[in-house]
Design a protein around this ligand. Structure first.
Ligand code: SF4
Length: 698
């Protein structure tokens, strides 16, 4: 609106794609440059970020509310939604309604959605596509540290002597962080990089050692490392005795574990242990290859165990470091944007925490138990328990495992709403009501990146058609349900102020890492907010690292090492022959609603593919670029074969982005089992099991 018109030609904002959270300078004419002053990227951008200007046209945009396929006005549509949600709660109780939201949302949107569902509707049935991204890291952090607190910062990658990448194709998925690592390695030739991944990805270009681990062999490898740390006397006994519980049990479990389960030989494991144990300044970076697994949380804790045992945490160039997939996965964690969390790092299970949050919100009710996590939420839709469902800024009919059944489950809910920027998505096509949201470049708010840095997304374009900000749409529904006063925000800054001012609530429970220092920003100060790392407390220097001197958030102030006893999980079922791995390609983002608009981005890889080892291809009678049919009990997909020794025998890799719109027969999640990690509820989308055959073969 007016603010963007009055602003100088160039707007400082933040890239809406990955969790690196790069600063962007955007011109109203669509020119895009990296922000040299932003501490996440210092001016660098990757291919996706630099193509942002090609994705902001209005083609395909949803510009008006739609009810059953017909254009509608806001007032009657909002009345309809409020009426349907109120009726479901009255007739079937609060747990009959649900929101499924997104790591694309700004913190302000996320906060309002959570306040509405948890403090007013009275259910915790609000989960997010971030469940697919980092839920295992959150659960692992909570088990080890007591809270979901990321210990380190990006600077640690510059300062480490050894960077170990686990389940992370950083070169394609967090490209600017990768470029930073490349620059650090050029500046300091003694620096070493180890890449642990079943595939030989582009990230191997920088690796001194590639360990082609077995699928889900990570915990066995880190157990082997922990046993070796103990055997070689590399334990930091002072740190353990002052700050850590669970050491003996963790060591015992590690010693009992068979290192061969990692899929690596003794020589490879020894080489890794020599480097890790011999290099005090080590950062272990991990991502979806660790998280997206039925033992994801155990893998996270197996990694953290090694850092705790050696006291290598929270000091310059040392620590475990989870990089998040989405632009605001971290902001969602801060506002309690998962079905099993409250805001400000407080716990739903704790009655005192619940009471404190209810008091802060002055709300009529508060959820009493954890809500349904993503996969369970859509199962509840299928079984008829959910009567009203609102999906915001995400496309679960493509992105969740067993996607075909998820689509049927959505269609089975009596009243469904989707808020999106696009008129047609696989999910939007299934629902009763479509609501047009403002998109990147039009909306205003904050996001938090993987290193806890809060950064502004600022508007530089007019909102098109009747599109509105997500927080505003949620407030308008809340007002119609009778809660106008509690949702009477005038601006995104107004929402942020409330969230930040209340964030010191956790101090009562020993959580001393709030952002209350930002609780009284004026509109102008919010508008001008420079990227800042939390904690941000009055009178204290913001940011920094955690845990070098202990100070963990379990009740006794100590960390916990976990005994990891059952480390290998993937075993293709007898009738199937391949482990199905899925992931990103370099130039597309999620289900391509934005990146699919840029012809340039599609030049890198124009269609989905099934990457398969030459010997497996030979055995199946497959030719390169021939078609391969993959099938599981959940569905089938037909893709072009990419024959390559970058994948191991017995494994097939397929990218996750393509939707029905772009590749009707190439949707990988229609094949994926809805298996989840039992602790985090994160789907195991890297450990499917499929049969493969040459398409058309008899
Ligand atoms: Fe955007 Fe991530 Fe690329 Fe940075 S690295 S420009 S945040 S997609």
């Amino acid at each position: 609106g007016k603010t963007s018109q009055n602003r100088a030609e160039i707007t400082c904002t933040t890239c809406p794609y990955c969790g690196v959270g790069c600063g962007v300078l955007a011109g109203q004419d669509g020119t895009i440059k990296g922000d040299p002053d932003h501490p996440a990227n210092f001016g660098r951008l990757c291919s996706k970020g630099s193509a942002l200007g090609e994705t902001i046209d209005l083609e395909g945009r949803l510009l008006h509310p739609m009810v059953h396929g017909k254009q509608a006005d806001w007032d009657s549509t909002l009345d309809l939604i409020a009426g349907q949600f109120s009726r479901a709660i009255r007739d079937h109780g609060p747990d009959s309604v649900a929101f499924y939201v997104s790591g694309q949302l700004l913190t302000e949107d996320y906060y309002v959605a959570n306040k509405l569902m948890k403090g007013y509707m009275g259910s915790a049935n609000i989960d997010t596509n971030s469940r697919l991204c980092m839920a295992s890291s959150v659960a692992g952090h909570k088990r080890a540290f007591g809270t979901d607190t990321v210990p380190g910062t990006y600077e640690d990658l510059d300062e480490a002597d050894l960077v170990v990448l686990v389940g992370s194709n950083l070169a394609w998925c967090h490209p600017v962080l990768y470029q930073r690592l490349v620059a650090a390695k050029q500046a300091r030739p003694d620096m070493r990089v180890v890449n642990i991944d079943p595939r030989r990805t582009a990230t191997c270009d920088i690796a001194d050692l590639h360990l082609p681990i077995a699928p889900d062999g990570d915990a066995a490898l880190f157990n082997a490392l922990l046993a070796e740390i103990s055997r070689r006397g590399a334990v930091d006994k002072d740190y353990i005795s002052a700050h850590v519980n669970g050491f003996d049990a963790a060591i015992e479990a590690a010693q009992a574990c068979d290192p061969a389960l990692s899929g690596l030989n003794a020589e490879q494991i020894n080489a890794f242990c020599d480097m890790w144990i011999g290099t005090p300044k080590v950062v272990t970076v991990y991502s979806q290859g660790v998280n997206q697994s039925i033992c994801g949380t155990d893998k996270v804790n197996a990694i953290i165990n090694c850092h705790l045992a050696t006291g290598r945490i929270g000091r310059a160039g040392m620590g475990p470091f989870s990089v998040t997939g989405q632009p605001n996965a971290m902001g969602g964690r801060e506002v309690g944007g998962l079905a099993n969390m409250l805001g400000w790092h407080l716990d739903i299970e704790n009655a005192d925490h619940r009471a404190a949050v209810q008091e802060a919100w002055d709300s009529p009710t508060i959820c009493t138990h954890a809500g349904l996590k993503a996969v369970d939420l859509f199962e509840a839709c299928a079984s008829g328990k959910i009567k009203a469902l609102w999906i915001i800024s995400t496309n679960p009919a493509v992105s969740l495992p067993d996607a075909g059944n998820v689509a049927e489950a959505i269609a089975n809910v009596p009243f469904t709403v989707v808020t999106d920027i696009m008129a047609r998505t696989d999910t939007g096509d299934l629902v009763d009501v479509l609501l047009p949201a403002t998109g990147w470049g039009e909306k205003s708010g904050t996001v938090t990146n993987s290193e806890r840095r809060i950064s502004r997304q600022r508007p530089f374009l007019e909102a098109p058609g009747a599109a509105r900000p997500d927080w505003k749409i949620l407030c308008d529904v809340a007002a119609r349900m009778g809660w106008a006063d509690a949702f009477d925000y005038q601006s995104a800054a107004d929402v942020f102020r409330e969230y930040a001012a209340l964030s010191n609530l956790g101090t009562r429970f020993g959580r001393d890492f709030d952002i209350s220092g930002l609780g009284d920003l004026t509109e102008a100060e919010y508008d001008a907010l420079a990227p800042v790392q939390w904690p941000v407390r009055k009178g204290e220097t913001p940011g920094g690292r955690f845990f070098a001197e202990g100070g963990f958030y379990h009740a006794d102030g100590r960390a916990k090492m976990l005994a990891i006893t059952a480390p290998q999980c993937v075993s293709p079922e007898a009738e199937n022959t391949f482990v199905l791995n899925s992931g990103r390609v370099r130039d597309h983002w999620h289900t391509m609603t934005r990146t699919g608009k840029s012809a340039r981005l599609s030049q890198h890889l124009a269609e989905p593919f099934a990457e398969i080892h030459p010997e497996d291809a030979f055995a199946l009678g497959l030719r390169d670029a021939g078609l391969v049919k993959l099938s599981s009990r959940y569905g089938t997909a037909t893709l072009r074969a990419l024959i390559s020794s970058k994948v191991a025998r017995g494994e097939i890799f397929v990218p996750m982005h393509w939707t029905a719109q772009f590749a009707p027969s190439g949707r990988i999640n229609t094949l994926m089992a809805p298996a989840v990690d039992p602790v985090s509820g994160q789907p195991a989308t890297k450990g499917g099991a499929v049969k493969a055959e040459a398409f058309g073969a008899r």
